[in-house]
Design a protein around this ligand. Structure first.
Ligand code: HEC
Ligand code: HEC
Ligand code: HEC
Ligand code: HEC
Length: 137
């Protein structure tokens, strides 16, 4: 196979694109269709919730959902948003001892935004129990 300059440039561009993609924070959790089912009650009371992280990442800033408040200011370092980091799990802070426990945290963030967005007249997400906790699962 002979490579002319044009195809060499193309190959170099493609390699750079792949490297760039794997270094980008966006690649870390991008393709994830997350299954949110961390609580014991999830097993008995309600089914797990399918969360298209990918879709939401395309619509909002990371810090719209992920936070670490210091005196009311979100000081979360975006570089810590890495797959497998236990500190960024909602339940790391919103546990059974917290005023805003895990269920409240999720419900307020998920439903709160869906309600606001619907009221603003834009396309939005589910608000009814059975449309997040899909019974078919
Ligand atoms: C609409 C809300 C929302 C937005 C926007 C968002 N995330 Fe998330 N993200 C979540 C939720 C909810 C989880 C699940 C947390 C848990 O399991 O406790 C999560 C989990 C993660 C995880 C952990 C994955 C794992 O399995 O360990 C990473 C990494 C992550 N997000 C990165 C990002 C990055 C980077 C951005 C911005 C480009 C972003 N997120 C934007 C809500 C969001
Ligand atoms: C590092 C600890 C920490 C992590 C991780 C965290 N939170 Fe929070 N969150 C807080 C603190 C602190 C507050 C503000 C104080 C309070 O009201 O308890 C808060 C407030 C909130 C609120 C507003 C509560 C209200 O009063 O209405 C929601 C909703 C929320 N968090 C959801 C989430 C979700 C969803 C995740 C995961 C994507 C998450 N939090 C991850 C610490 C955390
Ligand atoms: C900051 C705003 C915001 C937050 C927070 C948010 N959503 Fe959404 N969600 C949206 C919007 C906007 C749409 C509609 C997107 C569209 O149709 O273009 C949507 C759509 C959805 C859909 C339907 C699309 C699909 O993937 O099937 C589901 C399910 C969903 N959200 C679940 C959740 C869950 C679960 C959480 C919490 C972990 C959450 N959302 C948090 C704004 C939000
Ligand atoms: C926008 C999506 C959404 C809607 C609507 C919703 N939930 Fe949830 N719910 C969640 C998520 C996400 C969790 C947390 C999953 C996890 O623990 O990872 C959760 C957790 C729960 C839990 C488990 C608490 C625990 O401690 O394990 C119960 C029970 C529950 N929801 C009941 C309801 C009921 C009842 C309704 C209707 C009033 C409802 N949910 C509506 C997303 C939703």
């Amino acid at each position: 196979m002979t490579l002319n300059t044009k195809s060499l440039v193309w190959v170099a561009t493609a390699i750079l694109a792949v490297i760039g993609l794997s270094l980008s924070p966006f690649a870390l959790a991008q393709d994830e269709e997350m299954l949110l089912n961390t609580g014991d009650a999830m097993k008995t009371q309600r089914t797990a919730v399918v969360f298209s992280h990918d879709l939401h990442m395309g619509l909002y800033e990371c810090l719209d959902c992920h936070h670490d408040f210091k005196e009311g200011v979100n000081v979360l370092d975006e570089d810590t948003l890495e797959e497998g980091n236990p500190d960024i799990r909602c339940s790391a802070c919103h546990n059974d001892q917290a005023d805003v426990d895990r269920q409240k945290a999720y419900h307020r963030q998920c439903m709160g935004c869906h309600i606001d967005t619907r009221k603003a007249g834009d396309a939005s997400g589910p608000e009814l129990c059975g449309t997040c906790h899909l019974s078919a699962r």
